[in-house]
Structure formats: structure tokens, C-alpha cells
Design a protein around this ligand. Structure first.
Ligand code: PGA
Length: 254
């Protein structure tokens, strides 16, 4: 049975009262928990515990948008995997292109975070993807290769299915212009093959999300692709109706 993870990345949006409004709306429209199609919200750090209290018995999962790799210490402004776990997180997004571009997140740092998350029994969502310039220079698969091999260094075949890969072409994020169905298909097939080369047949089950301007109109077609297991959604995850419609499209595609 094909698996899907539909994840909403709230980025730096929503204060407490706005978060309450959004999560209440999502909750009220959430059909029911499905074994193969999971729904996840990733609010800002300050809203995590509050949102957790709202969703803890609903089957909706909680994610954070970043973490540090150390478990504690003099790292002002940072948050550890253990802290995220203690407020109810199941997943943590790492290596988002905004963090790579604006906050100096490298494959090496992502790899440290990845190992720290796994040792705290948290599921990392590792974002990869090329910029427009890299795509136009014909370097897409060199970039993905570098991000996967260095980002996933030291991961065992047994660990690979605790990790989610999110393919997010940088040029499609927040632009309203998603990659074409052919571009997504090509990239996801390539990523699947690469993961199987690195981690063996078990990687046939690894969740590979697509991200970049996913909405209620383009999601059904994306989810019909063999190697697309859901989506990492920014803008459309901030509207309960759109977010749940995308989730329902995954249920229909299952
Ligand atoms: P978008 O963002 O859906 O607004 O394009 C996706 C992301 O950044 O994860």
C-alpha cells in the first residue's frame, strides 16, 4: 500500500491566537486518522506545545521547523531534539532551502541534526532541491546527489525509513509556480533510485514528498505519480480548507 505524508510548514506565520484559529479549523475538517495517509502540522517553536494540546488525540502529527544537534548546553537561541520531543513533536524539518540560503545550513550541519533526531526517536524531514540557476546549468542531479550523499552520511539501511525526503525545487517554493508533472516525476524517480542504491530495497518504502507551490488543484496529479508520497506545503497549509482538500486528494490517491 502506498504511503503519504501531508505536511504543513507554517514557517514564521501565526501567533498564538491565529494558530488556535487555524488548528481548530484543521481539526474540525480532518476526516479521520488513516494508517497510510498522515497529516502533519509544523508551527513555529512558540506555538508547538499549544498546538500539541489541541491535536494530541486526533491522529494529526506535530513537527518542528528546525533544531540544533546538541542535546543541551550554551547555545543561546537554539532548541534541542529532546526539547522538541518533550512538547509532542514526532517530526522535524531540516535543511529547508530557506535555512540553507539565509541561515547557513550546510549538508554537514544537516547530517549532524539528522543523527541527533534519530537518536531521539524523532523523524527528520530532510529537504533537498536545486535553485533555478543550478537547474538551468544542467546541475540538478549533481546537487541532489551531493545533498543526499552528504546529508544522509552514516545512515543505515534500517534507519532510512525513519527519514522523510522532501524534494523542493527552490524556484517553485512560494512562487505559485510548481514544477511540471514531468519534472517532478523525473526527480522523484531519480531520488528513489539513488536511495535504493544507497540503502537497498528497503528504500522502496521511504516517503519522498514533493514541495513547492502545492495546492488543492495540482495535488491530485502529483499524488498519482509512483514516487510521490505526499507533500510539504507552505502557503496552502495556512488555509484549513486548502490543506484538508490536499489531504483528501492523498486519501483518494491511496
Ligand atoms: P510553498 O512552500 O508551498 O508556499 O511553495 C513550500 C515549502 O517551503 O515547504
Amino acid at each position: 500500500m502506498k504511503k503519504y505524508l501531508i505536511a504543513g510548514n507554517w514557517k514564521m506565520h501565526k501567533n498564538i491566537s491565529e494558530s488556535e484559529e487555524l488548528i481548530d479549523a484543521i481539526k474540525s475538517k480532518f476526516p479521520q486518522e488513516d494508517e497510510n495517509v498522515k497529516l502533519l502540522v509544523a508551527p513555529t517553536f512558540t506555538n508547538l506545545y499549544f498546538v500539541y494540546q489541541k491535536i494530541k488525540d486526533t491522529g494529526i502529527y506535530l513537527g518542528a521547523q528546525n533544531c540544533h544537534w546538541e542535546s543541551s548546553g550554551a547555545f543561546t537561541g537554539e532548541i534541542s531534539p529532546d526539547m522538541l520531543k518533550s512538547v509532542g513533536c514526532n517530526y522535524v524539518i531540516i535543511g529547508h532551502s530557506e535555512r540553507r540560503a539565509m541561515f547557513g545550513e550546510t549538508n554537514e550541519k544537516i547530517n549532524k541534526k539528522l543523527h541527533a533526531l534519530l537518536s531521539n526517536s524523532l523523524n527528520p524531514i530532510v529537504c533537498i532541491g536545486e535553485t533555478l540557476q543550478q537547474r538551468q546549468a544542467g546541475k540538478t542531479f549533481d546537487v541532489l546527489e551531493d545533498q543526499l550523499t552528504n546529508g544522509l552520511k552514516g545512515i543505515s539501511n534500517e534507519q532510512i525509513n525513519n527519514i522523510v525526503i522532501a524534494y523542493e525545487p527552490v524556484w517553485a517554493i512560494g512562487t505559485g509556480v510548481a514544477a511540471t508533472i514531468e519534472q517532478v516525476d523525473e526527480a522523484h524517480n531519480w531520488i528513489r533510485e539513488k536511495l535504493v542504491n544507497l540503502f537497498g530495497e528497503t528504500a522502496m518504502q521511504t516517503i519522498i514528498q514533493y514541495g513547492g507551490s502545492v495546492n488543492e488543484n495540482n495535488s491530485a496529479e502529483l499524488f498519482s505519480l509512483e514516487n510521490v508520497n505526499g507533500a510539504l506545503i507552505g502557503g496552502a497549509s495556512l488555509k484549513a480548507d486548502s490543506f484538508i482538500k490536499i489531504y483528501k486528494n492523498a486519501l483518494d490517491a491511496e
